[in-house]
Design a protein. Structure first.
Length: 226
């Protein structure tokens, strides 16, 4: 699978979101949108209207990460707002399979996210309902946190399962991903990388995206076939 880089607008200037999206438009694969409700996580960000505004201002596919209570109720609204992928948390959903099917039926890809303290193995049986598995490499809620290296065995465990079952599901990592950590994630088995501060904290966000892609690609190549 090819490396995909998803800059996170959580680290961008919210007063200039269209410009911040444009800064990476030619080099990024996705634009990652963190949706927080101050209930599931102790932070409040943005909702579907902002996603709709972004959809109107960029051609990049929008990758919405719902860190909210009751995603079963709200997920389809983000598809309708223009999200190409909607990821929700296993810990917050009442019925992960039904929610995934609703997202897909509405026309988007579906992703399942797990917090650092959540085992991934209990969800292996339902991964066929999803397009992506997000392994959080920080506690969800705030950007700029320290990367949790002890999540790498979880990524590797998921990659082994997908390889053994012949699944084409993507594995995404989110939290503390930068030039120093992306190679660890790639070697463990991730192929979609969310990076916030590493991109929007750089003087040249586009160059930062290209550098991250090069680091991840090199790590995957050195690790050999998955």
């Amino acid at each position: 699978m090819s490396v995909q880089i998803a800059p996170s607008i959580l680290a961008a200037d919210f007063a200039r979101l269209a410009d911040e999206a444009a800064a990476v438009a030619d080099v990024a694969d996705w634009l990652h949108v963190d949706v927080m409700d101050n209930h599931f996580v102790p932070n409040l960000t943005l909702g579907a209207p902002v996603v709709a505004a972004l959809r109107a201002s960029t051609a990049l596919p929008l990758d919405c990460h719902l860190m909210i209570d009751d995603p079963d109720r709200w997920a389809v609204e983000f598809v309708q707002a223009g999200a190409a992928n909607v990821t929700f948390h296993a810990e917050a959903a009442g019925d992960v399979v039904q929610t995934a099917r609703s997202i897909r039926a509405a026309g988007a890809r579906a992703g399942l996210a797990v917090k650092p303290g959540t085992d991934v193995e209990p969800y292996f049986d339902v991964l066929g309902e999803f397009d992506m598995l997000l392994v959080m490499t920080v506690e969800p809620g705030f950007g700029g946190q320290e990367f949790l290296r002890d999540m790498m065995p979880k990524v590797a465990q998921a990659r082994r399962f997908l390889r053994d079952t012949g699944s084409a599901l993507w594995i995404q990592v989110d939290g503390g991903v930068d030039a120093d950590t992306i190679e660890e994630c790639a070697r463990a088995g991730a192929d979609v990388f969310v990076a916030g501060s590493a991109v929007y904290g750089a003087a040249d966000p586009a160059a930062a995206v290209e550098a991250l892609r090069a680091h991840a690609t090199a790590a995957i190549d050195s690790a050999g076939a998955r």
